[in-house]
Design a binder for this molecule. Structure first.
Ligand code: PAF
Length: 282
């Protein structure tokens, strides 16, 4: 694996690959890699892409400074995992490489409706930061296929919208299944911060998603949603949302409607650790 810290060197290297394994599969990350990230690398490798992973803890997408400061960092271990998975290239830039003019002078994008609901409503400025960094990474890496995890369902939609706004029609976005622990907890870098007792109850989020799915023919969503709020809060979570939405548009739905593809999404905090998860339910 080759590691680049500057955009210029990475661009030069990628430019030299033309004619060989020239299609680039790109996995952007913020580090603290886990099996979910590695599954994206493996998927890219299976498709015979030149596999490029980036690790950049992007400050502009954190609306909460403490969350940024406490975000797990484990670069040495990440490099080990990437070597083991035979990733071809790691881009490990500094903040100046990503934002040479400073973040306030780096282009941002307006995601309209998508930025007003769920993650957008609960984390003001978050998607502005995601759009800013991913736009910049596209510029540097110019990938053929981008591999994203479905765990960040709304982020996948935001990045798909970004692709449309940038007019990069040739770019494919491959949204990959969420990897889960044995008890159903979605793999996430933030899970590392959970204490033993928090970890034990964290799987309740997935249990709620499954119950929302299971009850779609027998109960009203309003009632199931209330049950989920109660269960989560009784277990010690502070629940931000339990939502049902059209999986194509993320239009929020008050009731189940099996004529539409539906996704259910939950965000809840345990202590100061914010967890999100989602499930396609039909
Ligand atoms: O999902 C993430 O890890 C980040 O939001 C991303 C896409 C790497 C942008 O910083």
């Amino acid at each position: 694996m080759v590691i680049f810290k500057t955009a210029r060197e990475l661009r030069e290297y990628l430019g030299m690959q033309d004619g060989k394994k020239s299609t680039i599969g790109f996995i952007p990350t913020m580090g603290a890699l886990h099996a979910g990230h590695i599954s994206l690398i493996e998927r890219a490798k299976k498709q015979n892409f030149l596999t490029v992973c980036s690790i950049f803890l992007n400050p502009t997408q954190f609306n909460d400074v403490t969350d940024f400061e406490q975000y797990p960092v484990s670069t040495d271990n990440d490099i080990e995992l990437l070597l083991k998975s035979e990733c071809d290239v790691l881009f490990l830039p500094s903040i100046n490489e990503i934002y040479p003019e400073g973040p306030q002078h780096t282009k941002t994008y307006d995601f309209g409706y998508l930025d007003t609901i769920l993650e957008g409503a609960n984390r003001p400025g978050h998607f502005k930061g995601v759009g800013q960094v991913v736009g910049r990474l596209f510029e540097i890496v110019n990938p053929d296929t981008l591999f994203l995890g479905q765990k960040d369902f709304q982020q996948c939609m935001v990045i798909t919208r970004l692709k449309e706004m940038l007019g990069v029609d040739q770019l494919k976005i491959d949204i990959c299944p969420t990897l889960r622990e044995a008890d159903g907890l979605a793999m996430s870098s933030r899970n590392r911060r959970l204490t033993e007792p928090q970890r034990t109850i964290a799987a309740v989020i997935y249990q709620c998603l499954v119950s929302i799915q299971a009850k779609q023919d027998s109960a009203s969503f309003a009632i199931v949603k209330k049950e989920c709020f109660e269960l989560l809060n009784n277990k010690g979570f502070t629940t931000e949302y339990v939502a049902l939405a059209d999986a194509r548009t993320l239009e929020l739905m008050d009731e189940y409607d099996r004529t539409r593809p539906m996704v259910t999404l939950i965000a809840a905090k345990i202590g100061d650790i914010r967890l999100i998860d989602n499930l396609m339910i039909n």
